[in-house]
Design a protein around this ligand. Structure first.
Ligand code: ZN
Length: 404
């Protein structure tokens, strides 16, 4: 029985430690996928240790449970994936229903949303967030984030591979909603669901985040120094940065089954047969590395392909954005600003054929749609040098894009 492996969580708010004066807030969301309890165990450990530091704590630490019903059942979700429906439309509808919706996850989402809104409303400083996950296959230690300057700087403090562009392939994540509303948020994947080391690594990530968000100075938390060593030891052999290239969707009834034995970050070549579905062999279309191969029953993503992103280009992109060059992008040939929008462009691929997507990624745009002959891309919010010095102020999760 899967349920027998479940994790009991009594309250949405697993715990909080509030320092004597205001300051930044660090939110940890644990177990938004119910078969990923490592984060829950990790936040409990940190809450205990952090009590010792209450008087020195600048700001506050908040640990929230993601999907309580699914955690208890030991399943990714009960009715629907709780990490795929954090879009404004969906939240509006949920609020309208007063959580009277039919699904278990409607109720989970409304509760979690209210808890998050409360934290953002009361925050007296910048808000940081860690979204803690594990993978069904082994070796999945990495971070993912929306690539604007403050988010990238936060991610840079964690010595694990940084994955760019997840939000272009996966819609409706909590990470994306938080990031668009002024929260400096990071998803961390800390290993395989069942391995005890995944808890240690999640704990390590939290200690690093505590220092990075400014809740405690590193000299008071030797845990953070140890945490860097631990993550470097476990992930140091992997590339520092990789970009998303492809996602294989899994739809009910398409019979997708991964071949056994694939690891996260394993190199694959074009032509490799790595899975099967109802049509036959599933073949990789370009060289790259595999990420999150699906080795569990529930889940809509069969596997991802990523490719190493040279650090040189990360540096170039950093400089271009700090110089404000993304504003010039609107004047490039073949680029048209979307009417009534300050940050969306349509790019004619025939004119900008060779480098459109890459260039606009470097400049901080994300792809919204690929219509074949044109691309719709949007400049990410908060992608400005000034937010490196002073992280953005959090906004209500109801704030529509473009109103900052
Ligand atoms: Zn997950």
């Amino acid at each position: 029985m899967e349920g027998s492996r479940g994790t009991k969580v009594e309250e949405r708010l697993i715990g909080t430690v509030v320092g004597p004066d205001g300051g930044p807030v660090l939110i940890c969301v644990a177990g938004i996928h119910g078969n990923e309890p490592a984060g829950v165990h990790a936040v409990r450990r940190v809450l205990v240790a952090l009590e010792e530091h209450r008087d020195e704590l600048e700001g506050s630490f908040v640990a929230l449970a993601g999907n309580i019903a699914a955690l208890e059942a030991g399943r990714r979700f009960v009715d629907r994936d709780l990490n795929r429906a954090w879009t404004r439309d969906r939240l509006e509808r949920l609020r309208g229903n007063g959580a009277a919706g039919a699904s278990v996850e409607d109720l989970e989402q409304v509760e979690l949303l209210e808890e998050l809104e409360g934290v953002l409303r009361d925050a007296g400083g910048p808000v940081f967030a860690l979204d803690l996950h594990t993978t069904s296959g082994p070796g999945g230690i990495f971070s993912a984030f929306t690539d604007s300057l403050p988010h990238r700087a936060f991610a840079g403090d964690f010595p694990v591979p940084m994955i760019f562009g997840l939000e272009e392939l996966v819609d409706g994540t909590l990470l994306n909603l938080l990031s668009e509303n002024g929260v400096v948020a990071l998803t961390v994947e800390t290993g395989q669901h069942e391995e005890p080391a995944a808890i240690d690594r999640a704990e390590a990530a939290i200690w690093i985040a505590i220092v990075s968000a400014g809740l405690l100075p590193e000299r008071l938390v030797p845990e953070a120094t140890e945490a860097r060593k631990l993550l470097r030891r476990d992930a140091g052999h992997l590339p520092r940065a990789l970009e998303m290239r492809y996602k294989r969707d899994v739809v009910d009834g398409d019979g997708f089954v991964m071949q056994p034995g694939y690891l996260n970050f394993q190199s694959v070549r074009a032509g490799d047969r790595i899975a099967r579905d109802a049509q036959g062999d599933v073949i990789v279309y370009e060289d790259g590395r595999l990420l999150m191969p699906l080795y569990q029953e529930q889940g809509e993503d069969g596997f991802f392909l990523v490719r190493e992103f040279p650090q040189f280009w990360m540096g170039v992109s950093h400089v271009m954005r700090r110089m404000g060059l993304s504003r010039l992008a609107f004047w490039l040939p073949g680029v048209k600003r979307v009417e009534d929008s300050d940050d969306e462009v349509v790019i004619n691929k025939r004119v900008e054929r060779f480098f459109a997507r890459q260039l606009f990624h470097l400049l901080g745009f994300r792809q919204l749609e690929d219509a074949g002959s044109s691309l719709l891309m949007r400049r990410r919010r908060f992608d400005e040098g000034r937010y490196l010095k002073h992280p953005p102020a959090p906004m209500s999760l109801e704030t529509p894009p473009g109103s900052d």
